[in-house]
Design a protein around this ligand. Structure first.
Ligand SMILES: Cc1cc2nc3c(=O)[nH]c(=O)nc-3n(C[C@H](O)[C@H](O)[C@H](O)COP(=O)(O)OP(=O)(O)OC[C@H]3O[C@@H](n4cnc5c(N)ncnc54)[C@H](O)[C@@H]3O)c2cc1C
Length: 417
């Protein structure tokens, strides 16, 4: 049987980033994933899954020396964002120049991030990568021969390992959260997100756009792809279940016409479209993030509607804070699975995540409403915010990922004027 300081179940973007951070802190780490830990990203095609990455998340990757390798694969900076209501006159525009920043963020393919992380972990050669292994059992915490709390984890091939701390980074449905019996509050949104990459007639001018339709928000995220760099976008079309099923049943040509129409032809005709993927949208928040020798991070702790593009960014902040607390504990010689150490992580992250979950709910309900009064208020709201420069600057700084309690490695690499 092998023994580790930390065993991470789930090698998605969040679990793999945590592995790199803990390796950097000199801890002995195992990263286990039910799927493959081999890269599947290829430069010639766009990964259907992309994330709008904030400056704070970029700073976290930079602190690991990883941003340049993500950039070398492909990143798409955006300098402005437009949000409007299809049924009204309300519209708002944010510009990076409003806060003296060069960009508002970057659209990055999830595969490009994961590819860079896995190459980094392989190159350093210290983290044990256990691919295509599903964690199926987790023992209760016990005190080891060395007098520290630890757990034994069992994989589906029968292999076991001991760790002072086990991390559930295993996504929204989190089998580990269930194994530790941590309940979560769940709010189905009744919506499904359709994602694809599309080529459009007009250039996107490095602007992210989101239109609120009565059935849900539709986002066009600008991609730096193709010879001209300005004619491809990644779309996230969130719609109530019935409308989503109708859209999924359309052939590509009819879908492209429906998409162009819903987006009010802001980028002209849709000329081509890649394969569509779809995801049910559920908002979920774990009632606790930690237990003795156990912690949840990323979507396993919280999953939210993608309308503000925050899920991965919040998960990256979770692992940055957790790694900071664990490195501090290791320097003091404190046990990594100690609930006092883990509780500090939970305290520092819970409010930020809960606030964002509530905000997403309010947006979804407010913009989904067909009531004339609510429509009037939201249109007035958008226009008022658009005219109020201090409030706009505050919102931009939030969207850039600036927070009051950022881990010091992010603070050091944040370069916002
Ligand atoms: C349509 C859409 C658009 C989005 N856009 C954005 C955006 O613009 N910006 C943003 O910040 N976020 C965005 N998000 C959210 C973001 O994609 C997620 O927050 C993020 O991918 C979560 O990563 P994770 O590593 O926590 O979980 P996952 O990516 O779900 O990874 C979990 C991993 O755990 C593994 N696993 C599961 N069970 C086990 C087990 N028993 N044993 C071992 N391994 C296991 C799985 O194989 C998987 O690799 C979006 C989400 C959606 C659905």
């Amino acid at each position: 049987m092998s023994r580790y300081d930390v065993a991470i179940a789930g090698g998605g973007m969040i679990g793999a980033t945590l592995a790199a951070l803990l390796d950097d802190a000199g801890l002995r780490v195992a990263l286990i994933d039910a799927g493959t830990l081999e890269s599947r990203w290829a430069p010639a095609r766009i990964d259907a899954r992309v994330s709008a990455i904030t400056s704070a998340s970029k700073a976290l990757f930079a602190s690991l020396g990883l941003w340049s390798s993500i950039e070398a694969r492909r990143v798409s900076p955006y300098v402005a964002m437009e949000v409007w209501d299809q049924e009204g006159s309300g519209e708002i525009r944010f510009d990076a120049s409003d806060v003296g920043a060069a960009t508002l963020g970057h659209i990055v393919e999830n595969g490009a991030i994961l590819d860079s992380l896995l190459a980094h972990l392989r190159e350093r050669g210290r983290v044990t990568l256990l691919s295509e292994r599903r964690v199926v059992e987790l023992s209760p915490p016990r005190t080891s021969a060395l007098g520290v709390s630890e757990r034994t984890l069992t994989m589906d091939d029968g292999e076991t390992l001991d760790a002072s701390l086990v991390i559930g980074a295993d996504g929204s449905h989190s089998p580990l959260r269930a194994l530790v019996r941590i309940a979560s509050s769940e709010r189905p949104t009744g919506q499904r997100a359709i994602v694809a990459s599309v080529r459009h007639l007009e250039p996107h001018r490095r602007t992210a756009r989101q239109c609120f339709l009565p059935s849900g928000p539709l986002a066009f995220l600008p991609l730096a792809f193709g010879a001209d760099d300005q004619h491809w976008s990644s779309i996230v079309w969130s719609a109530d279940e019935a409308r989503a099923q109708e859209l999924l049943a359309l052939d590509d040509e009819s879908f492209a016409v429906a998409l162009g129409g819903a987006f009010q032809q802001r980028l002209g005709a849709i000329e081509s479209i890649t394969q569509r993927l779809d995801f049910p949208l559920v908002q979920r928040h774990a009632e606790r993030y930690v237990a003795p020798s156990f912690a949840l991070v990323g979507d396993a702790a919280h999953s939210l509607h993608p309308l503000a593009g925050q899920g991965a960014n919040l998960g990256l902040m979770d692992v940055a804070v957790l790694a900071e607390e664990l490195a501090r504990a290791a320097r003091r010689g404190a046990p990594l699975g100690d609930t006092r150490v883990l509780a500090r992580y939970a305290r520092r992250r819970r409010l930020d995540n809960a606030t964002m979950l509530r905000l997403m709910d309010a947006f979804r309900v407010g913009f989904g409403s067909r009531q004339p009064l609510i429509r009037l208020v939201r249109n007035l709201g958008l226009t008022r915010v658009d005219r109020c420069r201090p409030l706009k600057r505050l919102l931009i700084r939030q969207a850039l990922g600036e927070r009051f309690d950022l881990p010091s490695r992010i603070d050091r690499h944040l370069n916002i004027a």
